[in-house]
Design a protein around this ligand. Structure first.
Ligand code: GDP
Length: 208
């Protein structure tokens, strides 16, 4: 898929204020500093579309971007801010959970994991929660350029082995580097495939 246009639409904390046109949404989430903004900018080839960590403020919000006037890329708040107080954390959890569980348009959630780190409880617990709630998700390993090919493979394998302890079937996974543009074609191809299948279902429904 080619990205012909990528535009910021709206930021907010409530799903009833999110766009109501029913277009499919692909959301991105991960611990702060995992490389989420960099990935969004790499995918859209707009270096300033998502604010990187150096720009605080938008980090507590659900940010919608419209791509090719056809689907939304959704930048969700990062989880696991050590320095936030309990109240702020609870509020953040509530924003994230409400979006993930109640937003019908959310077609797939990409969970970002820093490829260098060993499996962290906070991510594993979040993934487990997604599974328990039947949320469609995929795993995106970030910052692959920080490791050699062999270490990348080992770390991905270690992560998947950890997930296999819990799950019989593993979610799709992608290895990416925003620095080098790695994984861009694969991620966009995956989104395109899902969009095409949604369109096929829609046209079948129209025919009935
Ligand atoms: P966010 O908090 O998840 O949005 O993370 P950012 O996108 O702001 O990235 C956090 C830090 O990691 C920044 O210093 C980025 O330059 C760096 N970073 C992000 N992605 C990559 C990557 O693919 N390769 C490398 N080498 N650094 C990255």
């Amino acid at each position: 898929m080619e990205i012909k246009s990528a535009k910021f639409v709206i930021s907010n904390t409530r799903i009833d204020k999110c766009p109501q046109d029913g277009k499919p949404e692909y959301a991105f989430i991960g611990r702060s500093n995992v490389g989420k903004s960099s990935l969004i900018n790499m995918l859209t080839r707009k270096p300033k579309l998502a604010m990187t960590s150096a720009t605080p403020g938008k980090t507590m919000l659900i940010n919608h971007f419209i791509i090719n006037d056809a689907w939304y890329l959704v930048d969700l708040p990062g989880y696991g801010y050590a320095q936030r107080g309990k109240k702020a954390k609870d509020k953040l959890t509530q924003i994230i959970e409400t979006y993930i569980l109640e937003r019908e348009q959310m077609t797939n959630l990409f969970v970002l994991i820093d490829i260098r780190h060993e499996p962290l409880a906070i991510d594993l617990e979040f993934i487990e929660w997604l599974g328990e709630n039947g949320v469609p998700f995929s795993i995106v390993f970030t910052k692959a350029d920080k490791l050699g090919t062999q270490r990348q493979r080992e770390n991905v394998e270690r992560y998947l082995a950890k997930l296999r302890e819990q799950w019989e079937e593993l979610p799709p996974h992608f290895v990416t580097s925003s620095e080098k543009g790695v994984g861009r074609a694969e991620l966009l191809g995956y989104i395109d495939e899902i969009n095409s299948s949604l369109f096929r279902v829609e046209s079948l429904e129209l025919r009935v």
